[in-house]
Design a protein around this ligand. Structure first.
Ligand SMILES: [Ca+2]
Length: 399
């Protein structure tokens, strides 16, 4: 387990220091094409007055309904679908055919104010043999956000044998900007996207875990490419809501919310500073650039920036099936405020976006999470609240 207050690991420090010397990179590529943008939002705005081109034709199947803010969704190797409600902390297993059963999980006292509660949920890539499940939730007793590994019972009746992997991710009193997206990598490590918890110094504070992307092993120890002896992989983030692994290339990509402008999609580069610093003389000041290249000349430029206004990205996933036609391999970004999935073609180096399009625009309200399934379909959760939310399966209509 990693806790910010734990003694430092000498072995971990030696490995990570060697990497840190070589790793901070400066992005220079910026898309000037539609959908691209600068760190200041002056280019490529995707304002509603300029609606995106419609994307490929899709079919929509309702997998499950009657939910309230299902924050994340995963699929096990047998095709069973797992989700968790943010506010109640209830975990569900949904079988083929739609039968939904409750999965018992003891989160203790869940904090569920505003943007906190049960959030990220992921299955280990070796789930078929390990039965390992990861969650990120807000713990009221400890007053933090934390990542836990569990073992799922063979019949999905219970998550048992919890192990806390990471604790001490800041939880604001109002529950704002909690992150907390998980990506289970095929190499067995876990990426964790966190929020700044509305705390000014957090994103640039390398001693803390908030406003960061963390990278840990399945024991919670820092993975080999992090900064110093901490689990911090990248810093200077506002509120990371999406993480995805690009097929074939191995690039990890993230998405985060801007304040009133400049949502970002970023290529994750170990050691990178992503340029968010809302600390103004001890006050949380959101009137600063999402990527402040004046204060941080080496800051990593966004691969895509919304400009103004924001679209509010949630989860992200890559399309990975020839049935998507020219959009096969594109990044799909679930949008909350603007109620759509935005497809983005990334350049080969992941540093820019060359084309965008929209699917499901205004069809199902706010969209929270997006997870790719074998066979090319996407599992998407809505985020409208009040027991009206659904899990949808979005499939391409083959050309
Ligand atoms: Ca940034």
């Amino acid at each position: 387990m990693f806790s910010p207050s734990l003694p430092r690991s000498v072995a971990g420090a030696a490995i990570a220091m060697a990497v840190t010397v070589a790793s901070p990179l400066t992005a220079c590529a910026q898309s000037s094409l539609p959908g691209g943008g600068s760190g200041t939002g002056s280019l490529g705005s995707l304002a509603p007055e300029q609606p995106l081109s419609p994307g490929p034709e899709v079919t929509v199947q309702e997998v499950s309904g009657g939910l309230t803010i299902p924050w994340d969704v995963a699929r096990d190797p047998d095709g069973l679908i797992i989700t968790g409600e943010r506010g109640s902390g209830t975990v569900y297993a949904i079988r083929q055919g739609g039968e939904r059963t409750r999965v018992a999980a003891d989160f203790g006292e869940l904090s569920n104010r505003a943007e906190s509660g049960l959030m990220g949920l992921a299955l280990a890539r070796d789930f078929a043999s390990s039965r390992e499940v990861y969650t990120c939730h807000s713990d009221a007793a400890a007053g933090d956000n934390r990542v836990t590994a569990w073992r799922a019972a063979d019949d999905w009746s219970v998550l048992e044998s919890p192990r806390v992997l990471v604790e001490g991710i800041l939880l604001s009193a109002q529950g704002l900007h909690s992150g907390c997206r998980l990506l289970a990598h095929p190499d067995g490590t876990l990426y964790v996207g966190t929020g700044d918890a509305f705390t000014g110094p957090a994103p640039q504070d390398l001693a803390g875990l908030s406003g960061k992307i963390l990278h840990v092993t399945r024991t919670g120890a820092p993975a080999g490419d992090t900064i110093g002896d901490s689990p911090v992989l990248t810093y200077g983030h506002r509120n990371v809501q999406g993480l995805a692994l690009r097929p074939d290339g191995g690039q990890v990509v993230s998405a985060e919310h801007g304040p009133s402008l400049d949502d970002e999609v970023n290529l994750v580069i170990p050691g990178g500073n992503y340029g968010w610093d809302p600390d103004t003389r001890g006050r949380y000041d959101q009137n600063v650039p999402m990527t402040d290249t004046e204060a941080f000349p080496a800051a990593v430029q966004a691969s895509w920036s919304s400009g103004a206004p924001t679209l509010a990205p949630g989860g992200i996933a890559f399309l990975d099936d020839p049935a998507w036609g020219e959009w096969d391999g594109a990044l799909a970004v679930a949008m909350l405020k603007t109620s759509q999935i935005v497809l983005m073609k990334l350049s080969a180096d992941g540093r820019s976006v060359t084309q965008t399009a929209s699917i499901l625009k205004d069809a199902h309200g706010r969209l929270r999470s997006i997870t790719a399934e074998p066979g090319g379909s996407l599992l998407v959760t809505t985020s409208n609240g009040g027991g009206t939310d659904k899990i949808l399966r979005i499939s391409p209509v083959a050309e």
